[in-house]
Design a protein around this ligand. Structure first.
Ligand code: ATP
Ligand code: MG
Length: 392
């Protein structure tokens, strides 16, 4: 029954002179999402609203599911589009629509007409009144409530006539690409995909880096990270995933530094390398899935140690989340099932029995000096052998 969608957007409505940039970005992201759906669609912008007109048959649920991944969309309204064949015909169409949608349910409603074509024989108030009357007469279960109606029945008179009442919630946020780009440290766990999702939701494009330690981490562990990146890319668009071979660096730290500081020192090298790639690829920040106190390497003291090696801001959107809250988001966005697959990641292999929870930065720096002989060379090699995988 529906052949179009009206897209409602929230925050981008308030961006003043730059509004068109946000709208264009939103349209671009909608096009990207609909490319994966069956059917042909025309997306157009008129008077501060975005319409999607279907130009062929399409699967309603598939399209709605994909639109729900587009940040910047506050609501998705399925629309009936009809030719103007007189008010009586319009009344019949509206009544049939209400019957199909609400099948004899007790509902209150309000008609809200808008005319962008001023040569229509009735003005908006007349349409509201006459359509309201016709509905009351035809559908005895319906009552008018102009203040707080269950159904806000919108009728927009354009070249064609658009009828809609239902609003399916969108994901909110800002269109990806309007907020610059950041580098996500993506591991195979539950947290980092959620962290990437949350920053992307604010309009930020995402690149990612994964530290791989073969043979200690298997190809399957790497594939899992690629799969997670693909799931996140449903929301973010294509992700450039850098796979960095971390084995030699990790082994060298293991040989040269106290084992209880291994994780922290490793994390400092991950941050340094991630920042290096970030700067080369015009990323404006780093993103991690850290949350205060989750593990030894995420106490406030440990975060001082991992934070101090970077110049770029490190965004940690999960910093105040409990694990359960993170799990809920990961279930919602569809990454959870993949995240819990049991492949080892490089941090679990070398973990010390008693990692430091209150590392002293001066002590850590001193121990890192044990690495001076070879570490620069190892980092250089790791960067040179960066494997870039474009995930979409
Ligand atoms: P996740 O946080 O993804 O669930 P985790 O809790 O095992 O995995 P930690 O070892 O606590 O991760 O590391 C904290 C953060 O550091 C991760 O959220 C991620 O951003 C980053 N990180 C850890 N290991 C890696 C890795 N192998 N490659 C890329 N980033 C990593
Ligand atoms: Mg974690």
């Amino acid at each position: 029954m529906f052949t179009a969608f009206l897209i409602k957007y929230a925050e981008i409505g308030i961006k003043g002179k730059n509004r068109y940039l946000f709208e264009d970005a939103l349209i671009r992201q909608i096009k990207y999402a609909l490319k994966k759906c069956e059917g042909k669609f025309l997306i157009h912008k008129t008077q501060g609203r975005i319409f999607i007109d279907a130009e062929s048959a399409f699967d309603f649920d598939e399209v709605v599911d994909h639109l729900k991944t587009v940040f910047g969309i506050a609501g998705i309204c399925p629309v009936i589009v009809t030719e103007d064949e007189g008010f009586e015909q319009l009344t019949a169409t509206v009544i049939k629509y209400l019957e199909d949608m609400y099948r004899g349910k007790e509902k209150t409603f309000k008609v809200q007409a808008r005319r962008t074509r001023k040569n229509y024989p009735k003005d908006s108030l007349e349409i509201n009144r006459d359509m309201g009357e016709a509905i009351l007469k035809a559908l005895p279960n319906m009552k008018v409530d102009v203040h707080n109606p269950d159904i806000m029945l919108n009728i927009e008179i354009r070249e064609k006539i658009y009828i809609y009442s239902e609003i399916i919630p969108g994901p909110g946020g800002m269109p990806v690409g309007t907020g610059g780009k950041a580098m996500l440290l993506l591991s195979g766990g539950i947290d980092s995909p959620v962290a990437g999702y949350m920053i992307a939701k604010r309009g930020v494009k995402i690149d990612a880096v994964y530290f791989h330690a073969p043979p200690y981490t298997s190809d399957r562990a790497k594939q899992k990270v690629v799969d997670l990146a693909r799931l996140v890319s449903r929301y973010t668009g294509p992700i450039y995933l850098h796979v960095i071979n971390f084995t030699d660096i990790q082994m060298y730290i293991y040989e040269q530094c106290p084992h209880e500081e291994l994780t922290i020192i490793m994390r400092r090298y991950m941050m340094r390398i991630a920042e290096h790639i970030a700067k080369e690829t015009e990323c404006l920040g780093l993103i991690t899935g850290e949350s205060i106190g989750q593990v030894a390497s995420q106490t406030m003291n440990s975060l001082i140690a991992t934070n101090e090696v970077c110049e770029l801001p490190v965004y940690r959107p999960l910093i105040g989340f409990d694990k359960q809250e993170i799990v809920e988001v990961s279930e919602k966005i569809g990454t959870y099932e993949t995240s819990i697959l049991p492949f080892e990641d490089c941090c679990t292999i070398f973990v010390a029995k008693h990692p430091v929870t209150k590392p002293n930065v001066n002590v850590i720096r001193r121990h890192e000096r044990n690495l001076e002989e070879k570490i620069e060379e190892l980092v250089k090699t790791a960067l040179e052998t960066d494997e870039l995988i474009i995930v979409e």
